[in-house]
Design a protein around this ligand. Sequence first.
Ligand code: NOJ
Length: 960
Amino acid sequence: MAGSRPVSAWTLFLSLLVLIGCIVVPGLTVKHENFKTCAQSGFCKRNRALADDASAQGTSWSSPYELDSSTLQFKDGQLTGILIKTTTANEKLRLPITVSFLESGSARVIVDEEKRMKGDIEIRHNSKVNKKRYDETEKWVLMGGLEASKSAALNAEAEAGFTKVQYGPGDKFQAIIRHAPFEVEFQRDGQTHVQLNHQGLLNMEHWRPKVDKEGDNDSGEDESTWWEESFGGNTDSKPRGPESVGIDVTFPGYSHVFGIPEHADSLSLRETRGGPGNHENPYRMYNSDVFEYELNSPMTLYGAIPFMQAHRKNSTVGVFWLNAAETWVDIVKKPASSNPLSLSGSSKTNTQTHWFSEAGRIDLFVFLGPSPQEISKTYGQLTGYTQLPQHFAIAYHQCRWNYITDEDVKDVDAKFDKYQIPYDVIWLDLDYTDDRKYFTWDPLTFPNPKGMQEKLDESERKLVVLIDPHIKNKDDYYVSKELNSKGLAVQNKDGDVYDGWCWPGSSHWVDCFNPAAFTWWNSLHKYDKFQGSLSNLFIWNDMNEPSVFNGPETTMPKDNIHYGDWEHRDIHNVNGITLVNATYQALLERKKGEVRRPFILTRSYYAGAQRMSAMWTGDNQATWDHLAISLPMVLTNGIAGFPFAGADVGGFFHNPDKELLSRWYQAGIWYPFFRAHAHIDTRRREPYLISEPHRTIISQAIRLRYQLLPAWYTAFHEASINGTPIVRPQYYEFPDDEEGFAIDDQLYLGNTGLLAKPVVTENTFTTDIYISDGEKYYDYFDYTVYQGAGKKHTVPAPEDKIPLLIQGGHVIPRRDRPRRSSALMRWDPYTLILTLNKNGEADGTLYVDDGETFDYERGGYIHRQFQFRDSILSSEDLGTKGPKTAEYLKTMAGVTVERVVVVDPPKAWKDKSTVTVIEDGAKTASTSSLEYFEQQGSKASYAVVKSPNVGIGKSWRIEF
Ligand code: NOJ
């Protein structure tokens, strides 16, 4: 063989080693051949080709879309008109456009196709599918924030060919709409932040009849993927032909973009047009059951939220692409100097993004910030905020596939108690059912489900069971019979019940787009229907992408038909949340008069899912890399408005060694959704089974989560009213520190000032924590001080230690008495930890309610503001009162603050031995003891107020 070299014995030996390695530890990688790359997806290829064309033509490229000025009207905060697309054959197509300016400060651009709105098209293959472009995504996703701006007004000084609209808070925003070629520029304070169609990539593939061509009458366009498209042995019949929509969105002066989950990738999104460190494919959003997913990849995963934040020093803006069809996003970063509009901002980069979906309308929201908090708030007004979960849901969840009998469940429950490890929820995967028929119990292994739930209830623990949307196709299964007799299943392209393969074998899928299916699904969850279920049972909706083992890309064919004659293509990405929606309603209605907050875990999601559920990152692996990627994945979800997120602690596939498992628990306590889970083929790994010292390390981690539950619940509450992430990345907390923008391996818990940096690499016993500001940061456990802005600080991280700092200036509420479950901590007293900032001040909040009902909506809660100023710690009421306030306060009357710890107090306190305590309503002031603990070296001293015993729901002052 030309050029071949003699093979040395050493090379042979090495090759043998590699071979053995491959046999012993099979490498797990995704089956790429099961999922499309952009080049294998017709509309992705076409939209990219358009971008390539535009870029090749440079300044001579002109978008073929223009606004017909004569059609424009502005009324009630809304600009309407007709956009004209001129085709290569010089046809003029009419595309109605609406630009709405909303009271919330966001703007919405909708473009539809007139012919399709009128139903003036023909559908191929005698298909009954809807002729319109899908316009109902908002029905599932939006829940408010659409009120038209009252102050939005046309700017009379616009030059000819332009329309300008002033809007937003203080009229600081302006949309400049150029008619020909069509472009929209969004300005804040006179500076451009977002540009639509600046690159000229607007594309609405209009409806056209299929012409069977004879001979060489080619139009010059590549029609190879227009009419039928095959992949992996499946052919998509595309009865409406090509119909994709796309547009470019440029963020001038912005070098970081975040969001658009779900991808196993960094927080700061990468470029996608190749080159070192970049992706080759766009970020894809097409909810899928991606088996053994790979890391650092733009491949699609189980959920999709097409919401992106762009960030530069002191400015955040965002866009939300409301489209439920398969979507891809290309990202390219260009030097800002190449842009004539070069900005004075610090970033010299323009980030150009290109969004395209296979079907539906263009429906795009633009947010102009300027802070990440404002973006979260405005976006949340549209899609809703995180539902305040039941309190148990934010504690520790113990899951595996599968706890095999009801006795097994009781045994696990007892062992947690024996080893004094708190937990709140135990989970049953798939195999609790009778032959994978949901809403049933295996009579041999779960003969006494009620007894099991009653046992759990003794410690106020809960049970979560898995209910999937595929229904076993079996005549003697009542759920299947009802599904089919009522005609509530998804249909195939010919209008027959769609039959696919999933866990139970041949299955049918409930079509929750159908209101009747919704009602029926509710009925299945009632206690008399789902027999054996008690009120401490909650639901896990898995496989709802939907996962179909024998379907194209492991999901449903796109030409399947849903209620309303919509194609699966139109609705794919919201399919999962329709099930969650129905389950949510079902849990609300299990029994008349029993109204509690539902808890649902969903694998598939879309924007809006945060109102109803928690999510997790699906089938990860027990490797260090998977542990590491879980942090940016959870952070990204928070940025995209769905912060109740977590990853399988320990890794789903394979067996973690003790070090990895312990580190995973130490990281997992920082996931808002904290659940251990494992594949059926893995060894049992409940924390009490792990030998020492790791059992203690894991127990301590879980206990830390329980200790901080008051701070967690407060952060959840904030998310539920402001949309803020529960755990936050560096840029979100320090939006003006450019060094921190790409950091995604450390996180802040709400606004508590707690900064955690979990160890995610093997054999690592120190870690570097980046600090943005000049405040002192204190080690959570021993108060070692770290100070110095804009640099990394090395923090010890032996195996039993979680690197965790507290920024100076905070009051952190916690509960220090270990209990079996979080519910049993309900009446426990609080400890307040204070760290003082440079001015000797501290602030913090606490939110508490019954953790179960909706009474909080009627004032049944405590919301306190703690302040430390001029040597006085005070607690003031933050809540608005309601009819349930007095009743709730009464139940909490005996709950007090049992300890106050002040870290790094003034030296003068050494000589003090008491503080004065003044509680509102008390006849006299009292005193409590103050003890000063001097520490040496880099460790800060601290002082402890013992038993001030002030009521947690009361106003009070402690004077030092
Ligand atoms: C897939 C889920 O991702 C996994 O967590 C679960 O254990 C299996 N389905 C079995 O139900």
